[in-house]
Design a protein around this ligand. Sequence first.
Ligand code: PLP
Ligand code: COI
Length: 358
Amino acid sequence: MAESVIDIQVKKTTSSKLNQVDWENLPFGRVFSDHMLVMDYKDGKWHTPEVLPFGDLQLHPATSAIHYGQSIFEGLKAYRNENGEVVIFRPDMNAKRFRASCQRMCMADVPEELFLQCVQKIVAIDKEWIPKKKGYSLYIRPFLFATDDYIGIKPSDSYKFMIFTCPVGAYYSEPLSVKIEEKFTRAVEGGVGRAKTAGNYAASLYPAKLGKEEGFHQLVWTDAKEHKYIEESGTMNIMFVIDGKLITPSETSDTILPGITKRSVVELAQSWGMTVEERKVTVEEIIDSAKSGKLSEAFGAGTAATIAPINSIGFRGEMYNLPSVETREFSNKVHAHLDAIKAGTVEDEFNWITKVSL
Ligand code: PLP
Ligand code: COI
C-alpha cells in the first residue's frame, strides 16, 4: 500500500497493558490493545485523525446514534506472518463495504483510502498486540456513529469514526449446532440486512437467545416472506457441500451481508476447479440432502468465525447430524489454505494480503 499521505496525530500511552495479557487464553473481544483511533466529521468534513490511549468516551445523552441507531461497523484481522511482517487480509473489501453501509444508513462517507490508512496506522502502533499463537490474530474493529446531540429524526450532521483492536482467539471453540429459524426474521428485502449496522445484531439477540435455550449455538436465518430460503447465520455466511458442489445463498437480494470470507472461499474453490453455485438455496434442499447423506459439509464463513464447521442442523424439532469434521475435505482444505495465505507460507496469488508499513 502507498505510504501514508494523511496526517494522523499520535499521542501514545504512558502505561501499556501489554504485560497484563494472558496470551495463552485469549477470549474473543474482551481484551483491548493500548490505543484507539478517533476521527470526527463536523462542518461537512473529516478532521485530522488522532491515535489516543485506549479509554472511555464522553457522550452527550442525546447522542443520536444511541437513540436512532445510525451506527455501522467493520471487522477485519491482522496477522504476523512467517517472515515477521504484519499483514492484513483484504482490507480494501472492508473499506468498500463500510462505504456501502454508510450510504444505506445515510451517514458521512468515509473514503476508502482514508479508512485504509487509519486501519494501517492503528495496527502499526499496536503491532506488539498481535498474538503469536497459531489460530490467534489481532481483530480490528472500525466503526462510525452519529454524534449530533439532537432528538429530532434526521440524518446526523456530525459523526465519530473510530478503530480499536483486540488480540483474539477463536470466536467459536467447537463445531456448531444450528437451528433453521422459521418464525423470526433478520432482514427483509428493502431493509438494511446488507449493511453492517448495529440494529441488525440487536434484532437477532432475542431469537438467538431462544435458540440457545433449546441448545443451539446459532440460528440460520431464512427469508422473511416464506421462510423457505436459507440466508445466513448470526455472525457468518453459510456454505454447503452437496454432491461435491459448493453451494451458498447468492447475495443478489439485499438481505444478506456480502461476506469477505465467503467471497474468498468461493474464489479459491473456483480456482481449484470446483463447481460453485451461488443461488437461492431452499431449506427443503438442505434437509433432503442431509437425510440422503449428500450433504457432506456445512460451515459458516466469517472474519471472527473463520471457517466454522456445523455438525448438526435442527429443523422443526428434528436434528440432522452431519459427517464428522475430520472427513470434511473441502472445508479443512480451504481453512488451511486461507491460514497459509495469511501466514505467507503459500503464494498470495489473488493479492489478498496488505503488508503494513511499520
Ligand atoms: N454475516 C454477518 C451477519 C456477519 O456479521 C459477518 C461478519 O462479519 C459475516 C456474515 C461474514 O462477513 P466477513 O466474512 O466479511 O467477516
Ligand atoms: C466479524 O466477523 O467481524 C463480525 O462482525 C462478527 C461479529 C459480530 C463479532
